[in-house]
Design a binder for this molecule. Structure first.
Ligand code: NAP
Length: 217
């Protein structure tokens, strides 16, 4: 796939690097430093390059939206027409001090994004895991069981793309349902962040869901 990274920080930098190493064409965009984008592309290897958000969006099969909530309008404006584009969003609707969700309970950041760009195909994924785990999950991708990663969305094509990208990183995708389920996954992401950053084990965690079925003897 051709993947445009909108926001090349902790999330975008790591996920873009992994997808380039998994064989995708990746364009890193949206940083305050052009040099950083070029370094990311060089270090990622494969078919990675630096570009503008408009270049990242052009001909992209998938876009990763990985900016702070306060930067969404700016990056969308710079990316241009996103009609029909698959947008995998890991952005959480956080306030400026990153202490609270600005949208919750009766809606979600993901649903708000879908209203901002109604012709884009939005799927919410990757925000329930600290970015620090991505490289070790990728390195251990052939091991079983894989850690789970929940995603949700209303668009089948976008969800199919997300499933491939989630598997490429080394997670087992767990379909949480329609986009409105982001009302529950986004607060869940804060629980994971709390455990990852405030606990004494550090951020090196990724959860795994297991089904407990009643078995007949
Ligand atoms: N980090 C995590 O573990 C994690 C986990 C779950 C969800 N999330 C969510 O994922 C999203 C991205 O998080 P992140 O940690 O990757 O953020 P980040 O490291 O701050 O990356 C954001 C990117 O946006 C760029 N940017 C910021 N202001 C800009 C401006 N004025 N002009 C151009 N570029 C600008 C930054 O540029 P620079 O390169 O110059 O800094 C950086 O590349 C957020 O919504 C966050 O809530 C993050």
């Amino acid at each position: 796939m051709r993947i445009g990274i909108l926001g090349s920080g902790l999330m975008g930098g790591k996920l873009g690097t992994i997808w380039a190493r998994a064989g995708h064409d990746v364009v890193f965009s949206y940083s305050r430093s052009e040099k950083k984008l070029e370094r990311l592309a060089r270090d990622a290897g494969g078919n990675a390059r630096a570009g503008t958000p408009a270049e990242a969006a052009k001909d992209a099969n998938a876009l990763l939206l990985a900016v702070h909530w306060s930067r969404i309008d700016d990056v969308f404006k710079k990316a241009g027409n996103l009609s029909g584009k698959v947008i995998v969003s890991c952005s959480l609707p956080m306030n400026d001090s990153d202490t609270d969700l600005l949208v919750a309970h009766k809606s979600s950041g993901a649903e708000k994004l879908a209203r901002k760009r109604p012709k884009a195909r939005i799927v919410s994924a990757f925000n329930t895991v600290p970015s620090e785990v991505f490289f070790s999950v990728f390195e251990n991708r052939s091991r079983d069981p894989r850690p789970s990663l929940v995603y949700c969305g209303d668009d089948k094509k976008a969800k199919d793309v997300a499933v491939q990208l989630i598997r490429d990183v080394g997670f087992e995708p767990v379909d949480a349902g329609p986009l409105r389920i982001a009302r529950y996954t986004e607060p869940f992401a804060l629980l994971v962040a709390q455990l990852a950053y405030e606990g004494d084990r550090g951020p090196a965690m990724a959860y795994r869901f297991e089904w407990f079925e009643e078995r007949n003897a």
